[in-house]
Design a protein around this ligand. Sequence first.
Ligand code: AGP
Length: 608
Amino acid sequence: MCGIVGYLGKQEAAPILLGGLKRLEYRGYDSAGIAVMNGGDVNVVKEVGKIRNLESALDTTPLKGFIGIGHTRWATHGEPNKTNAHPHVDGTGNIVLFHNGIIENYASLNKMLQEKGHVFITETDTEILAHLIEEFYEKDLEKAIRHALHEVDGTYGLAVISKYDPNKIYVARKGSPIVIGVGKDEYFVASDVTPLVNYTRDVFYLEDYEMAIITPKGVTTKTIENKKIEKKTERVTFELEAIEKGGFDHFMLKEIYQQPDTIMDAMRGRILKDEGIVKLGGLEKIEDRLVKANKIVFTASGTSWIAALIGEYLIEEFCRIPVEVEYASEFRYRNPIIDEDDVVIAISQSGETADTLAALREGKRKGALTLGIVNSVGSTIARETDAGVYIHAGHEIGVASTKAFTSQVTVLALITLMIARRKNMSSELGKAMVNELLKIPEKVQIILHQNDYIRDFARRYKDERNFLYLGRGYNFPVALEGALKLKEISYIHAEGYAAAEMKHGPIALIDKDMPVVFLATKDVIYDKVISNIEEVKARGGRIICIATQGDEKIQQYADHVIYIPDTLRALTPLLSVIPLQLLSYHVAVMRGCDVDMPRNLAKSVTVE
Ligand code: AGP
């Protein structure tokens, strides 16, 4: 996700900003820029791509001055290119703004400002914020910033410099962290402490709806209601390496724990709760064609392909549109039956998977409407589809996909609702589903609290050589995902199966050495799963169950039970996958595997 670094002091700002941005590279980005105040003028250099491109540009155009801000952009609105890189300015060019977060109501703000004569040159939500401050500016920049922030829905970690106040940096925070470092007559701003620890370990954090005004004489902190607040600095004791992982041992664990936030980000600004409907801006222009599709074909690879299976269950159940799910690597070569009445949807975290891109092109060649469900903004797949929905999961560093999977499933649920409410789904059911979707983040948080319990019993399975994962209905794809997670990071052979399929072969594998993970949450086919569990138990299999809170009956069958909160059957995967992510993570760590970069694997398979 985006990163911000700011400096105000007696040293040249540019080298400090550049070094700070390098410290933030781990957050993932696609462009970068810095602005430095010099004699009342703000000079800007920005580049697409890696920090080294910015560094080369600065070699050619050095920026002098002791006050400045830098930014690495992880695109959420607008392609990753030089124009969209931060900073963004208002219409006068005097307000220079850097932003980390998502302005949810950017469309309505854009319309209001355009009606007042503002002209935008980028596709970003950030530029709208700069113009909003300009709109409210009447000789008091701090007041204009506060006024603008009152109009904003969404999240921001904000930094502003301006020739109106050449010796100040304004920062504000809502939802996107901002930390301020206090040095000796110098001050630092950053999205996290990694850029600061080389200069100072005395820091304080802004909370939501707080802002700070940094000047050579010190830092004033207040709320955006203009109420002064005192902040006490604290001592940073983390080592740098740990900080980049936010205190987690691995990026994968950090990303598992980000899921309450990333699932919410996938929904943010897209749900109209009172009407029980979903608005997906990226699909608006093709919505009618999607609703009337003759069939929908999902094409993807790996975990994204598993998410597509859940999409199949959702859309066929609630939209009554036939759905096929195809491995991209197969779809691209088997001359599939596709025509202009069909919709081909590519699901891809990276947006660069070669097989998925080729399958998408095959669908396009055959005349289908092509859509993307992608995390990386501006990626090749995102650019080549006719339309699409970004999942807003932020940069996923761990090779094993976790937060991207739950965000993909969340977006699939949103697309299902968007279509179904255009067809036969009642407003009552629509409201029930959106209300339950909005509760999922807090339910995921409840499951994450069982991490220690899962780690403790994972110890007993770290030396296993095989695992079976079994589930039915919406939990069948989750069984596949649990098996994929375990095998790709712990190198233990694991298979996912539809639980009822046990009888048709896999049951021959069951003996006292075979651990079997059952997805056994309460739903219409619970009793059938219990029968499958009894079949395994009768043959000495060891049983781990993912069960619904309050289900005591399951205790008599399972060696270990991980309880998850109840939810709608169709949304169960968003919860039942979490314990499996944690189980695979802890087993892999106990086996000494390289969890974030497993052997033989790449984060994005851009080759056939
Ligand atoms: C998932 O944990 C794996 N890393 C892998 O299966 C991945 O899902 C697959 O390569 C597809 O990647 P994509 O979503 O970026 O297209």
